[in-house]
Design a protein around this ligand. Structure first.
Ligand code: DX5
Ligand code: ZN
Length: 213
């Protein structure tokens, strides 16, 4: 299991140092939540901020776009140093066009599904994707409760990926802690996002090690 701390829960007055701190604590990816106040009812940061903090780690930047028109901004996030870009199937951009745009820049592409979206909606795109992100909370805010009823979607996705012999990673995001990460692993999750569980911990390195275990 790879652990991707969500920087949404960090101290933004020292964003760069927080990324270094997560790097040293053993994070596998840096999960960066971009929100536009339109696709979700919250606003965070955009590509210029990501560009500023890119130099604080060599670990992959996993950029989760919660924005209405991801296609319009793909070049900006690639230029800013994203390694993986995930965008919502519920957004206004054409999935194929957006996936192809991301991949044309040598960046890994992923689709995200909100809790109310059926997992089958991503099946037509699976052979073009590097990752599928299954939301285990409604996107928009950190610190919400894990929705265990999303796990059957992960299981269905795992079965379909394996049936087709694909290498697509499954990421889960929202409310993940040491209380439920085993359920995620058993269902077939490869990458667990954790905001509160890592940033609220007294010792983030221990928290990350514990989640991995
Ligand atoms: C929610 C974000 C998540 C969130 C995770 O919209 O996509 O990445 O910040 O934070 P926790 O682990 O606190 O739910
Ligand atoms: Zn996220």
């Amino acid at each position: 299991m790879l652990i991707a701390p969500s920087l949404l829960s960090c101290d933004f007055s020292k964003f760069g140092e927080e990324i270094s701190r997560m790097d040293k604590a053993g994070a596998d990816y840096m999960h960066l939540d971009v929100m536009d106040g339109h696709f979700v009812p919250n606003i965070t940061f955009g590509a210029p901020v990501i560009k500023y903090v890119r130099s604080f780690t060599d670990k992959p930047f996993d950029v989760h776009l919660m924005i209405s028109e991801p296609l319009r901004y793909i070049d900006d996030f690639c230029d800013a140093g994203a390694d993986i870009i995930t965008f919502h199937i519920e957004s206004d951009s054409d999935p194929i066009e957006t996936i192809e745009k991301i991949k044309s820049r040598g960046v890994k592409a992923g689709l995200v599904i909100k809790p109310k979206t059926d997992v089958e909606t991503v099946f037509p795109y699976l052979d073009k994707l590097d990752m599928v992100l299954v939301m285990t909370v409604e996107p928009g805010f950190g610190g919400q409760s894990f929705m265990a009823d999303m796990l059957p979607k992960v299981e269905a996705l795992r079965a379909e990926i394996d049936r087709r012999g694909l290498e697509v990673l499954i990421e889960a995001d929202g409310g993940i802690s040491d209380k439920n990460i085993r359920l995620c692993a058993d269902a077939g999750v490869n990458v667990a996002v954790a905001g509160t569980a890592v940033f609220r911990a007294e010792n983030p390195a221990e928290a990350i090690a514990n989640l991995k275990k």
